[in-house]
Design a protein around this ligand. Structure first.
Ligand SMILES: Cc1cc2nc3c(=O)[nH]c(=O)nc-3n(C[C@H](O)[C@H](O)[C@H](O)COP(=O)(O)OP(=O)(O)OC[C@H]3O[C@@H](n4cnc5c(N)ncnc54)[C@H](O)[C@@H]3O)c2cc1C
Length: 310
């Protein structure tokens, strides 16, 4: 660890590498303990430097984007957390936009609408970064972010940079190759068309309004906890919708509490932090929901959120 302090001092500007750094405020759940090291990184060079330093010091590296799909343990995360945050959107040939992984989805949507590029406007209101959206192949109303992507620049855990074609990204529902390889997304090329800013803005507003109607946006959460059942591997009894939220609701758990964690009364697949919840309380409530749905309907719900430090 001492070795790391010297390495980070030599290459990371002051104010971007911290020891024993609290992480809760970098998550939308607002829970979780400290990282041994937290480094805010933006460029491929910075990310590769931190990965190499951690490897030399023999400590783990965990990647964080916007923290909107994670539950961080109360004890925090050992080793180095790289928070990939910030960056740019640039035009590249053939109607493509190259977007750094640390750009927020909302920032990207705003950028495209203001310049009359069409394709991502319906994603308005999706929390988190482009990197996080690629890792879990974020979805909205049946569309997946991977459908818009041509290629992704990644850094391997050995620090090598590679360009991965869409066809090799292994995009599926809540799935990408990054979950298997632990590669770090650096940037992605999105295919876009042209559109009128006013019309694109109207689509974005409709998405925001839909979210406001259906999600508990006033409370701290990490979005959907569970994946929806998959017709290829699950069996849901007749008359029950194929949605994790509906299953939790029909199992009678909507609104139930564990300490300061609560299953949202608005959306059965959201757990909200009512102010002072611990990660342990949230985790208990998740497992209670999973058990209740399995006992009532025989459906084994799979996680959509990612547990870090557990
Ligand atoms: C109110 C609310 C609404 C939501 N609505 C939706 C929705 O409509 N659709 C949807 O799909 N999700 C939704 N989510 C969940 C979340 O916004 C998405 O999953 C988002 O894409 C996560 O991005 P992030 O940057 O916050 O990732 P994080 O939560 O920081 O990380 C998630 C995972 O991605 C990995 N990761 C992050 N950045 C990188 C990177 N650069 N390279 C490699 N791995 C990386 C992390 O290690 C972690 O495993 C919602 C969440 C909230 C709070």
């Amino acid at each position: 660890m001492t070795d790391l302090a010297a390495r980070f001092r030599s290459a990371i500007e002051a104010g971007r590498a911290f020891r024993d750094a609290p992480l809760a405020s970098y998550t939308t759940f607002r829970v979780g303990g400290p990282a041994d090291w937290l480094v805010h990184a933006r460029t491929a060079a910075e990310i590769r430097f931190v990965v190499a330093a951690a490897r030399d010091a023999n400590v783990d590296v965990t990647v964080l984007g916007g923290g909107s799909n994670v539950l961080i343990a109360d004890a925090g995360i050992r080793g180095v957390v790289i928070r990939v945050h910030g960056g740019d959107v640039r035009r590249v040939p053939d109607d493509r936009l190259r977007v750094d992984a640390g750009v927020t989805i909302n920032g990207f949507v705003r950028w495209t609408i203001n310049r009359g590029f069409a394709g991502v406007e319906a994603w308005a209101g999706t929390p988190g970064t482009v990197g996080g959206a690629i890792h879990g192949n974020a979805h909205f109303k049946g569309r997946m972010i991977g459908e818009l992507i041509e290629s992704v620049e990644i850094a391997t855990r050995d620090g090598e940079l590679r360009q991965i074609d869409m066809a090799d990204m292994e995009f599926g529902y809540d799935r990408s190759r990054l979950q298997r390889t632990h590669e770090i997304a650096i940037a992605a090329d999105f295919r876009v068309g042209r559109g009128e800013s006013a019309a694109l803005r109207a689509v974005a507003r409709e998405s925001l309004a839909y979210r406001k109607r259906t999600q508990p946006l006033e409370s701290a959460s990490a979005g959907c906890i569970f994946q929806n059942p998959d017709p290829a591997q699950d069996r849901v009894p007749d008359g029950i919708p194929w949605s994790a939220g509906a299953l939790v609701d029909r199992a009678g758990l909507k609104g139930s509490r564990e300490g300061h964690a609560r299953v949202s009364p608005t959306h059965g697949n959201f757990i909200i932090n009512e102010g002072d919840a611990s990660a342990a309380e949230i985790r208990h409530l998740i497992e209670r929901c999973r058990r209740a749905v399995r006992d009532a309907f025989g459906v084994a719900l799979r996680d959509e959120i990612v547990y870090l430090g557990f």
